[in-house]
Design a protein around this ligand. Sequence first.
Ligand SMILES: Nc1ncnc2c1ncn2[C@@H]1O[C@H](COP(=O)(O)OP(=O)(O)OP(=O)(O)O)[C@@H](O)[C@H]1O
Ligand SMILES: [Mg+2]
Length: 249
Amino acid sequence: MSVPLLETRQLCKSFGGLHVTSDINLSLLAGDKVGLIGPNGAGKTTLINLITGMLPPSAGSVHLGGEDISHLSQAQRVRRGLVRTFQITQLAPTLPVGRQVEMAIHEREGSIGRMWKPLHAYQNVQDEALAILQSLRMASLSCRAPIELAYGEQRMVEVALAMALRPRVLLLDEPMAGVPPGERQVVLDALASLPSNLAILMIEHDIDLVFNFADRMLVLAEGALLAEGSPLEIRRHAAVRSAYLGEEA
Ligand SMILES: Nc1ncnc2c1ncn2[C@@H]1O[C@H](COP(=O)(O)OP(=O)(O)OP(=O)(O)O)[C@@H](O)[C@H]1O
Ligand SMILES: [Mg+2]
């Protein structure tokens, strides 16, 4: 068996007496597309915060490519290829999209603030930024500022920024959140264009999107894994239907 790219072992988090994450064991291999669903407050974002190091766990560990990364900072995890996007958009509103992707590349390369870089290095960064936007079918947005864009486009600019960090594992927290129906296609196109070898864990309340995107589903309820299986198995799962889809079991 190959070593999982991302693994959590007995991951736990409590806030005071509130157990928000309870003994979560999950693993992703390269190329896995995993959907994470669960009711509001189930602990989905908290799980991502624990995986990325934004929050320290109360117990348990996080492993990337077999290495225990539990003690590493968020920035160190990003450098190893563990990258996230946020539930709420966090873009510089007026800086052109292409420039923001370039800045993310400079950040990855540790070259921000170094003024002595040769010009061709900047050309390479510009070329790479454009290639990233092209790969997500967003090249036409390069010269535009987020403030001018539709919200669905803004959300996918965040994915472009994440891709500039060369992730091996990408954690997406509700990429469709707040996107009006008329702007869904740009999101679907960009998500469908992500590389096949990238491991993705996607939180999403948009059931049609996540069930189509994922080849495996995890269901979280009250901080614990309630079920795991193919999208079809999860659709049919009685406990999931009552806990999440709000139906009578
Ligand atoms: N920093 C914190 N301090 C105290 N409680 C917290 C903190 N962060 C989250 N919680 C609580 O943990 C629980 C899980 O929150 P979390 O944001 O992980 O849920 P979620 O599944 O992402 O929900 P949603 O679908 O609404 O985004 C909630 O009850 C929340 O109030
Ligand atoms: Mg959340």
